[in-house]
Write a protein that binds this ligand. Structure first.
Ligand SMILES: N[C@@H](CCC(=O)N[C@@H](CS)C(=O)NCC(=O)O)C(=O)O
Length: 216
C-alpha cells in the first residue's frame, strides 16, 4: 500500500498509526510542505487522486481512499485483525462519535493553537490562543470522565484513541498540556504513546518540527 502524507499533518499521523497497528508498512510518500506556502503547490498525485488535494491518501492497488476516517473504515474491512473498532453496534457508534469529536471539536481548538504558536510564532492573536486554551481545558475534563474507568476509550485500543491522542498530544506540545487533576488522561496518554505504532510517528513529527523551527 502507498500512503501520501504530510510531515506535520495530524490526519496523516492517524492513518500511519492505523496502518502500523494492522501490521502494514506502507510506502510513504511525503508531500511538499513549507511554513510559508503550506501545501502549495499540491503534490500532483494527491491533486489527481483527491478532489480536495489533501493528505492522507491511501492507494491499495486500484483502490484509492482519502480522508483519515475513510482510511480507518477501509483498513478495518480490508484487514480485520487486529480490530481497531469495538464489537457491538452501540459501542462502534460510540467509537465513531469519539473519533468525530476528536476531529471536529478538538481539532478546531488545536488548530487555533497551531495558528498562534506555530505559524504566527506567538505573534498572532493572544485572545485566540487563550480562548483555545480554556476550551481545551474543558475538553480535557470531559475526556478524563470518559477514561476514569477505562484503559482505552472503547473496549480495546481503537480508532477513537488514535484520533483523540493525536489532538491531545499536539495540544500538549503547543502549550496546552494535560491539566492537573486529569490523571486518567495523563495515564492514558502514557499508555498510548508507548505503543509501537505511535512512538515512530511522534518521533518523525518532532524531527520535522525541529527542522522547521531551525529554518525559521
Ligand atoms: N478530513 C480530512 C482532513 C485532511 C486535511 O485537512 N489534510 C491537510 C493536512 S493535515 C491537507 O492536506 N491540507 C492541504 C490543503 O488543504 O491544501 C481527513 O481526515 O483526512
Amino acid at each position: 500500500m502507498k500512503l501520501y502524507v504530510g510531515v506535520l499533518s495530524l490526519f496523516s499521523a492517524k492513518a500511519r498509526i492505523a496502518l502500523s497497528e494492522k501490521g502494514v508498512e506502507p510506502e510513504l510518500v511525503t508531500v511538499g510542505w513549507s511554513r510559508e506556502h503550506r501545501y502549495l503547490p499540491h503534490h500532483p498525485d494527491v491533486a489527481a487522486l483527491n478532489p480536495k488535494a489533501q493528505v492522507p491518501v491511501l492507494v491499495d492497488g486500484d483502490v484509492v481512499v482519502y480522508d483519515s476516517t475513510q482510511i480507518f473504515e477501509y483498513l478495518e474491512e480490508r484487514l480485520p485483525e487486529p480490530p481497531l473498532y469495538p464489537d457491538g453496534i452501540a459501542d462502534r457508534a460510540r467509537c465513531r462519535r469519539l473519533e468525530a469529536h476528536a476531529d471536529e471539536t478538538w481539532f478546531p481548538q488545536v488548530w487555533d493553537l497551531i495558528e498562534q504558536r506555530f505559524y504566527a510564532d506567538g505573534s498572532g492573536s493572544e485572545q485566540q490562543a487563550a480562548g483555545a486554551n480554556s476550551a481545551i481545558t474543558a475538553l480535557y475534563e470531559e475526556l478524563d470522565k470518559e477514561l476514569l474507568t477505562r484503559e482505552y476509550l472503547c473496549e480495546r485500543f481503537s480508532v477513537a484513541d488514535i484520533a483523540m491522542f493525536i489532538q491531545v498530544h499536539t495540544a500538549g506540545v503547543l502549550g496546552a498540556p494535560v491539566p492537573e487533576g486529569c490523571e486518567a488522561v495523563a495515564s492514558w496518554c502514557r499508555r498510548v504513546s508507548e505503543r509501537g505504532s505511535v512512538a515512530p510517528v511522534l518521533s518523525d513529527m518532532l524531527k520535522a518540527a525541529v527542522k522547521v523551527r531551525a529554518q525559521a
